[in-house]
Design a protein around this ligand. Structure first.
Ligand code: ATP
Length: 548
């Protein structure tokens, strides 16, 4: 497939509003692709370049993009920037700039879909001091051979924001339909492989094998997530539940085979080098080959320390030893996904838990079986007294469902609820805030689209304001008056007093009294609050349901 055909599919999809029609369009394309093209197409159409388990990263920011396009169309970086500011969309601006250039160039090569992927791989592989120059050269080559429409989607892919609304769920359904396999099998394989591209290939070649796909060490799977909920509702539905403390740390996944072990963060980045103490403690606690799921918590004098201490350790690449002396991390392991060559993901939690107790001699998070609200409340109060965030309530016969935020795990926390929202724009500040960004535009995600839900300006002190400016200044994609559009890869945790229905923002909702809490460095944009979950919170709030 030529990249142009891919671009044409994207353009068609952009014009379709209905989910089913989008799925049908994509399903019609998949069988026509060859084996090299299929996985690439499947990832690209979701706006992703590499498999989710992969630690590869393109590392292209807006500035590199401006420079590459400026070079190709023979203009200045500022002209590109202005064009992007005028449209507010890097893709459309690049398309228009390339359209002007097109009449004058005769030496373009056809870009194949797989060629583009190979070039992206080269960009990701470029390291060291020269990496920016190498990435720029590759980007120049790509835009130099791109027709205007190709330019639109090349730019968006490089910024990892395709904006066509083909999220993971839609693509999964399209794969199932294209190769006439049960969507549950596709989902099962996707959870274990963590790469819909490879799943699509398997669905075509050997659909029977989909059910046999299992999790593999050193290929991290997405973490199972929790919904906010109440203990009472879970007890009513299930009679008996497992209750655990909700530790305020950072999630990790630990993989070990023989003498080799690795640790992955919640974003599935490898963080083994930053957490030698966690690795050592877990290696000492088991002789088995395992994949474990847990929370790394910071402790001082036996008391848990806030999350900020933990995240500092996760980020640390240099002087890890010095940092280790200041911040001691300990693992609290609450799940096991793999043991000695066998996946445990489909076993019920109660069974996984029993196995965990048998194979790990220390660091297993405490778990309580509870049948009545009073018992659960006592554990909840104890958890808060110990300085934890609240409790997790888990369904005893539930499988491990990677990446799913369902009702099998429910989190119960006191006080104000917060939302994790993607920062998609900012506004220049005034007065004391002049020269930095004074407020930030926030969005929820909905199948790959980002929909605005409000702005946040309060709760940010001067020090944080400066840090946020440093964080965002190289992520500006477009400017218009006092507003800028940002590369959407930072997540803010935001407090609020109420969710309101509102026509002012794309999501159809707005936040009353939004308040900045912190940057969720451990979360990526596709893990931010979804529109569905926002609506659920809105309804829960309307019905006046409490938190216990
Ligand atoms: P929050 O913002 O409330 O921490 P989250 O959005 O980060 O939640 P959720 O999946 O909603 O993630 O909440 C579960 C998180 O709580 C897990 O990702 C994990 O990091 C943490 N956690 C702490 N203790 C436990 C536990 N015992 N079992 C599962 N997760 C736990």
């Amino acid at each position: 497939m030529q990249f142009l055909e891919f671009a044409e599919v994207c353009e068609r999809l952009e014009g379709i509003a209905g989910r089913l029609e989008m799925i049908e369009q994509v399903a019609a394309v998949l069988p026509r692709l060859d084996d090299d093209e299929l996985p690439v197409f499947v990832r690209f159409i979701m706006g992703r370049v590499f498999p989710d388990w992969s630690t590869k990263n393109l590392g292209v920011g807006p500035n590199l993009l401006y420079d590459a396009v400026a070079y190709v169309v023979g203009t200045k970086r500022d002209t590109v920037r202005e064009a992007i500011n005028a449209t507010g969309d890097a893709g459309l601006a690049v398309e228009r700039l390339l359209a002007k250039k097109e009449q004058t160039s005769f030496f373009m090569q056809e870009l194949g879909l797989v060629d583009v992927y190979r070039e992206f791989e080269r960009m990701a592989a470029a390291g060291g001091q020269r990496s920016q120059r190498e990435k720029l050269r590759v980007a120049q080559g790509l835009f130099g051979n791109a027709r205007p429409l190709e330019g639109r989607y090349l730019a968006r892919l490089m910024l990892e924001e395709l904006r066509i609304g083909m999220g993971e769920g839609n693509v999964r359904d399209a794969v199932a339909r294209a190769f006439a396999v049960d969507v549950r099998l596709v989902e099962h394989a996707h959870q274990a492989m963590n790469d819909l591209g490879q799943v699509a290939l398997l669905a075509r070649r050997d659909p029977d094998a989909l059910s046999r796909v299992t999790i593999e060490p050193f290929r991290p799977v997405k973490m199972m997530l929790a919904q906010a909920g109440t203990i009472a509702a879970q007890l009513e539905d299930h009679g008996e539940v497992a209750v655990e403390h909700k530790y305020d740390g950072s999630r990790f996944q630990f993989h070990k085979v023989g003498g080799v072990s690795r640790i992955y963060s919640r974003k599935l980045e490898e963080v083994t080098g930053s957490l030698p103490d966690i690795a050592r403690l877990l290696v000492e606690a088991t002789n088995h080959d395992v994949i474990l799921d847990g929370e790394a918590v910071a402790v001082r004098d036996g008391k848990p320390m806030p999350f900020q201490y933990v995240i500092r350790r996760f980020r640390r690449k240099h002087e890890v030893d010095a940092m280790m002396e200041q911040i001691e991390l300990v693992p609290r392991v609450f799940d096991i996904l793999y043991l000695d060559g066998e996946s445990l993901m489909d076993r019920p939690l109660s069974e996984r838990r029993k196995i965990l107790d048998e194979v790990l001699t220390a660091h297993v998070a405490e778990q309580f079986r509870v049948t009545d609200v009073a018992g659960a409340e006592a554990i909840y109060n104890e958890a808060l007294g110990l300085g934890h965030e609240g409790v997790m309530v888990k369904v005893l016969d539930s499988p491990y469902t990677p990446g799913v935020r369902g009702r099998l795990w429910v989190k119960v926390k006191p006080g104000v609820e917060t939302l994790d929202l993607v920062v998609v724009g900012a506004e220049w500040g005034e007065g004391r805030r002049a020269g930095t960004f004074g407020s930030f535009l926030l969005a929820v995600q909905d199948q790959g689209r980002l929909l605005a839900v409000g702005k946040v300006a309060t709760g940010i002190n001067d020090e944080t304001l400066a840090e946020l400016y440093a964080l965002f200044k190289d992520k500006v994609i477009a400017r218009s008056g006092k507003e800028v559009t940002l590369e959407p890869d930072v997540v803010f945790e935001v407090g609020y007093s109420e969710i309101q229905a509102s026509p002012n923002y794309g999501s159809g909702y707005a936040l009353r009294f939004p308040r900045f809490v912190r940057v969720r460095e451990d979360k990526s944009a596709d893990e931010a609050e979804s529109l569905d979950s926002l609506i659920e919170r809105y309804l829960r709030q309307k019905n006046g349901q409490g938190s216990l």
